[in-house]
Design a protein around this ligand. Structure first.
Ligand code: NAD
Length: 485
């Protein structure tokens, strides 16, 4: 396969993938099995997880032998290819997973290319004193096993690759089974970038058909020194009980509070912008609103002026029965309401059509007034449906918002100019990300300061992961010397 794909070749690959995806017969599904398209075989994607781990181990040895500037050259090439192929991966992601929006996925890839830290994130620290000098360096773990989600598939593969390579690690991926083609496109992109920049042909690896079994091989393999998991509660629990060092980036259910000191008109627009971004797939996106009663009508008017469509209680009940389905746990027999995979990440217009309402493409979010116990408030829907609960005061707002966040300590938002209210909510909710007076995506560096990541590790405490999160600290002590004062 050509190392530098031309735009025409990329278009040809995408056209072929999309054609196959549209047909959706089992034979065609097999034709885009995650290993190759149109005669162009993905680099670094193996049939067997053990072979993928061997390749990632060789990649790790190559990275270890490189100078930092060589690593940075590869990372630069990853950034360039990611920018160039952002819309390709966006279209592929939407076509394969049927979730999200092409323009927003394109923006997410550009964000990853621009704002994922590279080797500059790795810094040494020194302590000097009467007894000499002690140096602490951030060293690689070795080969990292990374489990990636369907919601930001190629974004997570590229973001993880940049950080993990910058830290000197190798990486093997076990991507989400519903997003293999897109995730493995990103694996191939990283390897093409490596070859372009003089690195190894296979720097990062993945498997053609990732399953729970291939994840288990990864968990148990002696070469895997760190597991990084981005996904829902089930998979985070499973890596945390693997017996290996693990970083877990799990589910959220971000609440938003709007009080009566806020710029309410702006808050309405910001909330709809954030909630509808990539059809609410980002784990940080606004999922439920608690608004002071005296500004609720004004907030709703602003939302309606910014692409929201309001449904009534009866319509909301009808929609809830479609987007949440009963799923029986095969082990316990317990039946639980679960989000329907057919509805996650779908356009607002598609969801409305399910209850017989036709709207134009200008509608990007469905809003409805509910009480606190409504399933739209309690479940992490990951679709552009936003419940709004009226509250009497800040005590009630904080109490309900903290309960709705369910102790995930992931993300929360607030629109207010009252610093006491802002501080009280931030302290009470204890989330990894807290965004004030902006759309949710400001929290990952999109229109906000700071680096980006698509692996936000709340449960294990690394926060917004970057290269340094994938390192182990090592100390070197020089006794009595090297202090120059
Ligand atoms: P998911 O939980 O369905 O899948 C995540 C990955 O785990 C997939 O690769 C899946 O195949 C695998 N998996 C699932 N159960 C497993 C098990 N028992 N053992 C091994 N592998 C297993 O996630 P999804 O639907 O793609 O993503 C949505 C969820 O992920 C949401 O809850 C969202 O909040 C969360 N998420 C969190 C972050 C974050 O940074 N904290 C980022 C993206 C998504």
């Amino acid at each position: 396969m050509a190392m530098n794909w031309t735009e025409a070749q990329i278009e040809e690959v995408v056209a072929s993938v999309l054609k196959n995806l549209q047909k959706e017969t089992p034979a065609m599904q097999a034709a885009y099995d995650g290993s190759q398209y149109n005669g162009k075989k993905y680099i670094g994607v193996f049939a067997d997880m053990n072979d993928a781990i061997d390749a990632a181990t060789a990649g790790y040895k190559a990275v270890r032998a490189m100078r930092l500037e060589e690593r940075e050259k590869i990372i630069d090439a990853i950034r360039k290819l990611t920018r160039a192929e952002a819309s390709v991966m966006a279209r592929l992601g939407v076509a394969e997973t049927k979730m999200g929006r092409v323009e927003h996925k394109t923006a997410k890839h550009i964000l990853v290319a621009d704002k994922t830290p590279g080797t500059a994130d790795i810094v040494a620290s020194v302590k000097t004193g009467d007894y000499g000098l002690t140096l602490t360096e951030m060293a690689p773990f070795g080969v990292v096993g990374s489990i990636t989600p369907s919601t930001n598939p190629s974004e997570t593969v590229i973001c993880n690759s940049i950080g993990m390579i910058a830290a000197g690690n190798g990486v093997v991926f076990n991507p989400h089974p519903n997003a293999i083609a897109t995730s493995n496109y990103a694996v191939d992109l990283v390897n093409r970038a490596s070859a372009m920049a003089g690195g190894p042909k296979v720097l990062v690896a993945s498997v053609v058909k990732p399953t729970l079994d291939t994840a288990q091989i990864m968990y148990k393999h002696a070469n895997i020194r760190l597991l990084v998991c981005t996904g829902g509660p089930g998979v985070v629990r499973s890596v945390l009980s693997s017996g290996k060092k693990a970083i877990g980036a799990g589910a959220g259910n971000p609440p938003v509070i709007v009080d009566d000191t806020a710029d309410v008109v702006k808050a309405g627009k910001d909330i709809i912008d954030g909630c509808s971004f990539d059809n609410n797939l980002p784990c940080i996106a606004e999922k439920e609103v608690f608004v002071f009663r005296n500004v609720a009508d004004q907030l709703i008017s602003s939302m309606l002026a910014n692409g929201a469509y309001k449904i009534n209680a009866e319509q909301a009940a009808k929609l809830a029965n479609i987007v949440l389905v009963d799923v029986k746990n095969p082990k316990t027999g317990i039946v639980k309401k679960t989000v329907s995979r057919d509805c996650v990440g779908r356009d607002a217009a598609v969801l409305l059509e399910k209850i017989g309402i036709k709207v134009g493409s200008d509608i990007r979010c469905i809003i409805c007034e509910t009480d606190f116990d409504h399933p739209f408030v309690q479940h992490e829907l990951m679709m552009p449906i936003l419940p709004i609960v009226r509250v009497d005061n800040i005590d009630q707002a904080i109490d309900l918002a903290v309960k709705a966040e369910h102790g995930n300590r992931h993300t929360a938002h607030m629109h207010s100019k009252n610093i006491d209210h802002l501080t009280r909510f931030a302290r009470a909710v204890e989330t990894t990300i807290f965004v004030k007076n902006a759309p949710s995506y400001a929290g990952i560096g999109f229109g906000g300061e700071g680096h980006t990541t698509f692996t936000i590790a709340g449960p294990t405490g690394e926060g917004l992961t970057s290269a340094r999160s994938f390192t182990r600290y090592r100390r070197c002590v020089m006794s009595d010397n090297f202090r120059i004062i």
